[in-house]
Design a protein around this ligand. Structure first.
Ligand code: GLV
Ligand code: GLV
Length: 326
């Protein structure tokens, strides 16, 4: 069987795939267009794709042989899952292995913004440091503050648990009660208005879908404390980026730490000019350990899916129910 891999991923994953299949990897270090993916997918049985690939109906229906889609990411808002399910194609993601790594990045961003690390670094490098200054670069303490988690799934939970050393009050928004957070942190489940009004730091950990698109817009930013910090390591369109630019410029909030952007790979030019935002290039899961594990998991799912097993991280298990009914 033949697999197409839309971009080079860590070797241990490719090695696993090579043992079982004939594989073709995009030789260029860039994301492919939808049409390019369709072209390369010709005669392939499996597709290993990335979150930057648009895997819509056109792609899913383009190759009759296609039997498995393994994504090298936890979020799968870029894939038309319904279309894949309709065609009987299992889709897998890479949850679990990147949970703590992503939560660590959210904390790195929180500290960077609260303690103005990036600004301070630029200041020091520009040779502007003229000695200890009682009024220089005042930030925000993290200890004893109120932490707001929007989306208390795997990553949101891990992020919240890491607050233990900072004696924080934890609030969260989720459809379900999170027993772990309530038990371990005495966290309180609240609604969106309350979390916005009461939190010192808000971190977003929801998947992107119709309900979460522009979850944070002008109205929400205006409800936050003037000293608040917003962290987004989920998906860019969860935040209305223009509204955020306005809020940061007008100092409605203290600052923001972003790993994701509404129009990736583009970042609003205005954001780049602001000193109260820290910007990362969608790299929350980018550690040697985690990216290697993601490659192995994506490969293992591909192998399972193409050898008639249920992929361990299948996101559309209905595919198998439908098959067994037939
Ligand atoms: C990263 O954003 C992922 O979804 O894995
Ligand atoms: C700071 O360096 C202090 O000694 O207060």
């Amino acid at each position: 069987m033949k697999i197409y891999v839309t971009r080079k991923i860590p070797e241990p994953g490719l090695k696993l795939l090579r043992k079982e299949f004939e594989i073709e990897v995009n030789p260029e270090n860039r994301a492919l267009s939808k049409q390019e993916i369709i072209n390369w997918l010709c005669e392939k049985d499996g597709l290993l794709c990335l979150l930057t690939d648009t895997i819509d109906k056109d792609v899913i229906y383009s190759e009759p042989k296609l039997k498995m889609i393994a994504s090298y990411a936890v979020g799968y808002d870029n894939i038309d899952i319904q279309a894949a399910t309709k065609r009987g194609i299992p889709v897998s993601n890479t949850p679990g292995v990147l949970t703590d790594t992503t939560a660590e990045m959210a904390w790195a961003l929180l500290f960077s913004v609260a303690r103005r690390i990036v600004e301070g670094d630029a200041f020091a490098r520009a040779d502007k440091f003229k000695g200890w200054d009682p009024m220089l670069m005042h930030g925000q303490d993290v200890l004893n503050k109120t932490l707001g988690i929007i989306g208390a799934g795997r990553i949101g939970t891990s992020f919240a648990l890491k607050s233990k050393g900072f004696n924080m009050k934890v609030l969260y928004v989720d459809d379900r009660v999170n027993e772990t957070l309530e038990h371990e942190l005495k966290a309180k489940k609240v609604d969106i208005p309350e979390i916005l009004k009461s939190s010192d730091f808000i971190s977003l950990h929801v998947p992107l879908n119709k309900e979460t698109h522009h979850l944070i817009s002008e109205k929400e930013l205006k409800m936050m404390k003037k000293t608040a910090i917003l962290i987004n390591t989920s998906r860019g369109p969860v935040v209305d980026e223009q509204a955020l630019v306005k809020a940061l410029k007008k100092r409605w909030i203290f600052g923001a730490g972003l790993d994701v952007y509404e129009y990736e790979p583009n970042i609003s030019k205005e954001l780049m000019k602001l000193d109260n935002v820290v910007l990362q290039p969608h790299s929350a899961s980018a550690t040697v350990e985690t990216r290697t594990k993601m490659a192995i998991i994506a490969a293992e799912n591909m192998i399972a899916g193409l050898t008639g097993e249920i992929p361990p991280n299948c996101v559309n298990k209905e595919v198998f129910q439908k098959k067994s009914i037939r």
